[in-house]
Design a protein around this ligand. Structure first.
Ligand SMILES: O=C(O)CCC(=O)C(=O)O
Length: 484
């Protein structure tokens, strides 16, 4: 049976939380947060359109406007491997099931989970709503969560450098990590840590959720002796012999009301129950503060993928290639994808740094905040590149490289730089600089001649990246390690 619930998640009103405070107290320290009061001062279309005057999901609105969308629906009563069984269906059919469920006899048990029900409890999950309906602006990402490298990158590039990895995945599935969730009372999400060990935020447009969190330092307690299988439902009767540490785990709890937003830090295992019919918006993301979590997960999953097929090593022509393909298929990216990603962010941060230093030569207080942020980003990338180097990742790679000039000239890269620049102007409250920035041409933004001078023309290995960063930073300022 369930174990110790020690405490609650810290609740802060957004009016009392500046961006810098959020970074220092929650993002950098990797602590969960319940953010209150945000909805009252931000008019989201979602709050108007998706909710009835009584505060319930407006199923009619979804049926009429998005009924033909294909979505993933979990059957909360049926386990399939480590997750719930999922089925693809139309939004209109999902809504039909919700009503069917209400007419059935869902019985609510104390943990918020539903039991003894002839119907399964349907839960619409991972709907890439923004990607599917870009014209309809349902909400704006709260400023705290905007330094989002993952979604900014995927708005412009694909994650996989290897086109083989695409097979079996439809376009939209790996297109972004911005989701809508819609579940009836009693629907729930089993215990897990998030994809890539990213951060996530989750906003209740309507309804109520119960969250249970486990600090990453305790995550071994929910695994079996081999660290292979994780507890599925913490309210189940969990076998002592299979999960010997489980009863020692100390949980933090949180009830999230309508209009409140949860920040889930990296690597925190959590289980979630909808206590009412609930619609939530949910993004996964990472940036300089949790980049090393992503790399550590990739390394762990790579070692597991390798171990799994070790016995065919001698007969396999391209064993390393196979490990990387399996890693991409299981984890969502491999070493090449990750290296391309951090190379691209290295260049983007450099480009923006050159722009600021060039345009605002005698750095004002204003632009220096952004310069520091960019240098901190480069410091974090350098740290991860050096961890990759220590593990000999991409050692001796001569096949796939990131071509610096080609990247700098790529219109998608330029758009990424603009997206990052705009985001940093906004979070550091320097939007008065936007006017110049929006008008700047590629030549102005990326002083190509300056960047060209720093290195060879390609990044093949983490060493190349480190050399580039060191040379460029020597020219443009010192790393700020304030937050790292
Ligand atoms: O709301 C849910 O059911 C699950 C959300 C979740 O697990 C997450 O944000 O990581």
């Amino acid at each position: 049976m369930m174990n110790i619930i020690k405490g609650e998640i810290e609740k802060v009103n957004w009016k009392d939380l500046s961006y810098t405070e959020f970074v220092e107290r929650f993002m950098h320290k990797n602590q969960p947060l319940l953010l209150a009061g945000f909805f009252e001062h931000h008019n989201w279309g979602a709050s108007l359109d998706w909710v009835t005057p009584l505060g319930h999901p407006n199923f009619q609105f979804f049926s009429s406007n998005f009924g033909d969308s294909k979505v993933q629906v979990a059957d909360c009563d049926t386990r399939e491997f480590t997750d719930q069984k999922r089925e693809e269906m139309l939004v209109s059919d999902f809504i039909g099931r919700c009503f069917q469920d209400v007419e059935g006899s869902a019985v609510q048990s104390s943990n918020g989970n539903s039991s003894s029900n002839s119907h399964s409890v349907p839960y619409l999950k991972d709907w890439h709503f923004v990607k599917e309906y870009p014209e309809y602006v349902a909400y704006k990402t709260p400023m705290y969560f905007c330094d989002d490298w993952l979604n900014m990158y995927l708005d412009n590039f694909r994650m996989h450098t290897d086109s083989d990895t695409y097979q079996g995945n439809n376009e939209i599935c790996c297109s972004d990590y911005r989701f809508v969730y819609m579940g009836v009372k009693g629907s729930w999400t089993p215990l897990h840590a998030d994809v890539f060990r990213s951060y996530s935020w989750s906003a209740n447009v309507c309804g109520k959720k119960r969250w249970l969190f486990l600090d990453p330092s305790q995550h071994h307690l929910v695994f079996d002796r081999n660290m292979k299988n994780c507890v599925y439902n913490i309210f189940d009767e969990v076998s002592d012999s299979k999960f010997p540490g489980f009863k020692k785990a100390i949980w933090l709890e949180c009830i999230q009301e309508a209009g409140e937003i949860i920040f889930v830090p990296s690597g925190w295992y959590h289980q979630v129950h909808n206590l009412e019919d609930t619609i939530s918006i949910n993004h996964n993301w990472f940036n300089a503060y949790n980049l090393s979590w992503v790399w550590n997960l990739l390394l762990k999953d790579y070692n597991e993928a390798k171990e799994y097929i070790e016995d065919i090593k001698d007969v396999c022509e391209d064993f390393e290639g196979l490990c990387q393909r399996n890693l991409a298929a299981n984890t969502g990216m491999n070493f090449y994808d990750f290296f391309t990603f951090i190379s691209c962010f290295t260049l983007a941060n450099m480009v923006l740094l050159c722009y600021i230093n060039g345009t605002h030569g005698n750095i004002t207080q204003i632009s220096s905040t952004i310069s520091q942020h960019l240098l901190m980003n480069l410091g974090s990338i350098r740290k991860v590149a050096s961890e990759m180097k220590d593990k000999h990742a991409l050692n001796g790679n001569r096949d796939r490289a990131v071509d610096i000039m080609k990247t700098l000239e790529d219109p998608r890269f330029r758009k990424l730089c603009m997206d990052i620049g705009r985001t940093y102007l906004m979070i550091h409250e320097q939007s008065h600089l936007s006017f110049h920035f929006e008008r700047a041409s590629l030549i102005e933004i990326a002083d190509l001649t300056v960047l060209k001078a720093y290195t060879s023309s390609q990044f093949y290995t983490p060493e190349d990246l480190i050399e580039f960063i060191d040379n460029a930073v020597a020219e443009h300022g010192n790393f700020t390690s304030t937050h790292l």
